[in-house]
Design a protein around this ligand. Structure first.
Ligand code: NAG
Ligand code: NAG
Ligand code: NAG
Length: 359
């Protein structure tokens, strides 16, 4: 959307981050990456390592911003939504906010009965450091760094975290993340929480868009959205999206926490390698997003709880206004020994690569 492109690049906003008695001043900014042709660009902020915009052409060359978000950094800082952020240290839910690791019970900082997306002040609500920024050229990129301290939100051990967003030809965006445990074993499960609408962020709901998820199994949840531990076949259920499926034909057949719509983790087919995860097609604009990644699962969330949030250019984002495709380890893996382990030991690194291909 042209209006979003008018947002001043390099806009700086100073925030005071209270650290005990000391107030450490850090700077939050907006960083743009753009291809040579000028028809493919993203904006990122180091607040929450957030992907603020992704502008791509359709088959006729019409540009649209295909992620939901806000015009100003202040709105990102104030928001309760996770539009475009990197969530961690552990994405998704941890039952009761606790787990046993090497015989020791770890209690996370809780708000309510579970811990969601790393806690109240997870990686999406902290200031990251810009390590490298190459805004133009064949493969522009930005690398963001965050040091998560021992005991942050209750998680054990210091952790060094890097996220790199990079554009490549013709219309590919990669997000590569890694995290190194420095001194204690800890669970790590990072996810990008972009809200995709390949018709354009202001184009209304996604019910007419066609989804495909390359997964023959999923992890059913209880009424509190905690996995039962089962890894069940999608075959014969409304969760079977292996063939291209208009979202609107399934939205009323599935639900999460009492609200119609998808909010479920799929076990992506094909083992742990880098492979195709999902495809989203908007028949109106013709735009396609194909997602590749190397993680065990992907959370499909159809913005079931999105309640008329005013976003970029004054557009109002309502229920089913976007699709989140969060590649990840399985939710609550720390409490399910049969799920792939997300534990990273001192000196070891967690890695997570995503590729978003637009056509
Ligand atoms: C969470 O707590 C409930 C009761 O408070 C208990 O039944 C359940 O087993 C606990 N879950 C985990 C994963 O510890
Ligand atoms: C993590 O990513 C950063 C930035 O790309 C890189 O410098 C570092 O070597 C990576 N660490 C690991 C353990 O892969
Ligand atoms: C959002 O706006 C629509 C259209 O005005 C309305 O029908 C709906 O009830 C609103 N939803 C919420 C959660 O306020």
């Amino acid at each position: 959307m042209a209006r979003a492109a008018l947002l001043p690049v390099g806009l700086l906003l100073c925030l005071a981050l209270a650290c005990g008695a000391d107030a450490v001043r850090k700077t939050v900014g907006v960083y743009e990456l753009k291809n040579k042709k000028g028809d493919f660009s993203i904006k990122v902020t180091n607040w929450g390592a957030t992907l603020m915009s992704v502008i791509v052409p359709d088959s006729k060359g019409n540009l649209a911003d295909v992620v939901l978000g806000y015009d100003t950094l202040a709105e990102y800082v104030d928001a309760s939504s996770a539009f475009g952020t990197v969530v961690g240290r552990v994405a998704n839910r941890i039952a009761n906010g606790s787990f046993v690791l090497d015989g020791k019970t770890i209690h996370l900082n809780k708000d309510g009965t579970t811990v969601l997306h790393g806690g109240l002040k997870g990686f999406n609500r902290v200031i990251w450091t810009v390590k490298e920024y190459v805004p133009r050229g064949d493969s522009p990129y930005i690398t963001l760094y965050y040091h998560s301290f021992d005991g942050e939100q209750g998680f054990p051990g210091d952790l060094d975290v890097y996220v790199t967003y990079q554009l490549s030809c013709p219309y590919q965006l990669s997000a590569r993340m890694n995290a190194t445990a420095l001194n204690k074993a800890t669970p790590v499960n990072l996810a990008n929480h972009a809200y995709w609408n390949v018709g354009g962020h202001g184009s209304g709901d996604v019910l007419g868009q066609v989804i495909q998820v390359f997964a023959s199994r999923y992890t059913p949840v209880d009424r509190n959205m905690i996995p039962t531990g089962e890894v069940a076949p999608v075959s014969g259920t409304p969760y079977d999206l292996r063939a291209p499926t208009p979202l609107g034909t399934r939205i009323g057949l599935v639900s999460g926490a009492g609200m119609a719509g998808f909010d479920i983790n799929y076990a992506v087919d094909g083992g742990g390698g880098f492979r195709k995860v999902a495809r989203l097609w908007d028949p109106q604009s013709g735009r396609v997003l194909e997602l590749w990644a190397d993680q065990p699962g992907v959370q499909l969330y159809t913005s079931n709880w999105l309640g008329n949030v005013t976003g970029k250019g004054g557009e109002v984002y309502g229920q089913y206004g976007a699709v989140c495709l969060e590649t990840q380890g399985f939710p609550d893996a720390v409490n399910h020994p049969n799920f792939p382990s997300q534990i990273v030991r001192p000196g070891q690194a967690y890695r997570h690569d995503m590729l978003f291909k637009f056509s």
